[in-house]
Design a protein around this ligand. Structure first.
Ligand code: BG6
Length: 525
């Protein structure tokens, strides 16, 4: 088979058989490590989208798996007028809308759920909350352990954190009354200055060990697996650098548009929404050095070093460094969808990018000269999340007498969505009398031979907060380094005298602006 006849998608597959673990341990033994302290989870923004769509389903699923501590309570706080009973009824409806839930499990779980009407800007509300919690803690021995989850718009983060502190609730633990942790959703600021400001406020009451900056990408199974794949095997690491790797592609393509989040997205755009967090985390996992121990601080130290090595983007941007796009009307899965500017709540002349392809470089010994192409966009042809490690071509083709053209380089694909699988593509001899090359893929489907429970990203994140494990959460130094890298780019885009020149339009359902589709075509097969 000639190289040109070898489209990636239709390669013959040689399946790897995953061995069932035989450790003499129940599979669950590896899943829920460490003791789980009893605690109360306070969700600010409990009537909102995040709570209903992600947090409640995750909690219910953990509860069903017996993974939550005992006792475990949830207190929802929001402006909406609910009693605990009507809140439970509303949550049940949301759970059903989010894909159904087991009524019997819910009946068991629901009594753990409470509700308190809340005014985020009034200290009195926080004092009331503290009293409410103390009362619950007298009835249920949670040892005063509390998690405060900020599922509110980012504009409220500072106010809530400050008032929690003023009401004396950040200092749990210091006074020997159990621990307090605060969970903050991205975006952590909208640039370096605001991220510093947010952190200053958080730190008035909370210590860094109490702050959990969540990034659900880090908690995806196949993303967690990257470090195990790299550092629990000897055979990949010797190849894992510029001598053997030509380029790395990291794709997070979505078919979804902005949905109901136009006001958020107009302010954010793809660079703040996906790059400052998820995309750079994936890059860090691929590029980092091995930590001396699989432990939160050391893993995060190594990631911070990667961010520190990001080569600052040259200004003005050299051509091809970044391609920004915005979707126009098109078709997704056979359905007509409007363009970004026609979405409700979006300005008709919006210049917000919904797509970006950014080529990053790392200024360090291991990765000098290796491009990391990061691509993310909304309303693309397919929901596809993967990391593609493209190895170098063989230095010399001794098969040139039987094989026309170059030999395709090896490729390792870490599939995150829809395939959760690792595939390695390489050349073999095509069976038969003639000697010709055949490109094949060896595939490891991630869940092969695994029958234990599976944790969705929010489930894993919540469990880690309960356990106090910060490995899969952003540390402040990394947040700042990520902004330091992206700030000049975002500023250049937003202050460009001719922004229309920077922004390329692409029809919904395509692979982005044609210039980008050309670069990324080979990674999608
Ligand atoms: C979120 C972004 O962090 O990640 C969304 O704010 C995006 O805009 C989402 O849709 C993508 O997550 P996933 O897990 O579906 O790839």
């Amino acid at each position: 088979m000639s190289a040109s006849e070898a489209p990636g998608g239709s390669l013959p597959a040689a399946t790897v058989q995953a061995q069932a673990p035989d450790l003499g341990l129940p599979e669950e033994a590896c899943l829920f490590t460490g003791p789980l302290d009893p605690c109360t989870l306070v969700i600010f923004g409990a009537s909102g989208d995040l709570a209903g769509r992600k947090l409640l389903p995750a909690l219910l699923s953990l509860f069903r798996q017996g993974a939550l501590p005992t006792p475990f309570l949830v207190v929802g706080c929001a402006r909406s007028e609910f009693t605990s009973d009507s809140f439970r009824a509303a949550m049940w409806e949301k759970l059903q809308a989010a894909g159904g839930a087991d009524r019997a499990v819910w009946e068991d779980f629901a009594p753990r759920l409470h509700y308190l009407g809340f005014d985020y800007s009034s200290l009195a509300s926080y004092v009331l909350l503290n009293n409410f919690l103390q009362e619950l803690e007298r009835e249920h021995p949670t040892q005063g352990n509390r998690i405060f989850y900020l599922a509110v718009p980012p504009s409220l983060y500072q106010e809530v954190a400050l008032l929690l502190h003023q009401a004396g609730m950040a200092e749990q633990g210091v006074r020997g009354q159990g621990w307090a942790r605060i969970v903050v959703e991205k975006p952590f600021g909208r640039d370096l200055a605001s991220a510093l400001e947010l952190n200053r406020t958080l730190r008035q009451g909370f210590r860094e060990e109490q702050i959990f900056r969540i990034d659900h990408y880090m908690a995806k199974e196949t993303v967690q697996n990257v470090l195990i794949f790299r550092f629990a095997n000897t055979i990949f690491e010797p190849l894992w650098h510029r001598h053997y790797i030509e380029q790395v592609g990291i794709i997070a393509a979505e078919t979804l548009g902005v949905e109901q989040r136009a006001s958020f997205y107009e302010e954010t755009g793809v660079l703040r929404d996906m790059f400052q967090n998820h995309m750079l985390q994936l890059l860090a996992l691929i590029a980092m050095e091995p930590p001396s121990l699989f432990e939160s601080q050391r893993v995060r130290d190594e990631k911070a070093k990667v961010f520190r090595s990001l080569k600052p983007l040259e200004m003005p941007l050299p051509p091809g460094t970044v391609i920004l796009g915005q979707y126009t009307a098109g078709e997704i899965n056979g359905r007509r969808v409007p363009g970004y500017r026609e979405e409700p709540g979006v300005s008709p002349d919006s210049l917000t990018p919904t797509f970006a392809l950014l080529t990053a470089h790392l200024d360090n010994w291991r990765w000098q000269g290796v491009p990391f192409h990061l691509l993310s966009g909304k309303r693309l042809a397919q929901k596809l999340t993967r990391i593609v490690i493209q190895f170098r071509e063989v230095p010399h083709s001794l098969f040139r007498n039987v094989h026309l053209g170059p030999i395709q380089p090896n490729r390792l694909v870490i599939g995150i969505h829809p395939e959760e699988a690792i595939t390695l593509t390489f050349e073999t001899k095509n069976p038969g009398a003639l000697v010709c090359l055949r490109r094949v893929t060896m595939e490891f489907p991630y869940y092969q031979n695994y029958r234990g429970p599976i944790l969705e990203a929010y489930e894993k994140s919540l469990l880690d907060v309960i356990q106090g494990d910060q490995m899969l959460f952003w540390r402040q130094d990394a947040v700042e380094l990520a902004w330091q890298y992206l700030d000049p780019l975002i500023r250049a885009c937003e202050t460009c005298p001719d922004p229309a020149r920077l922004l390329k339009f692409y029809p919904a359902g395509s692979w982005g602006p044609p210039e980008a589709a050309e670069v990324t075509g080979p990674w999608r097969g």
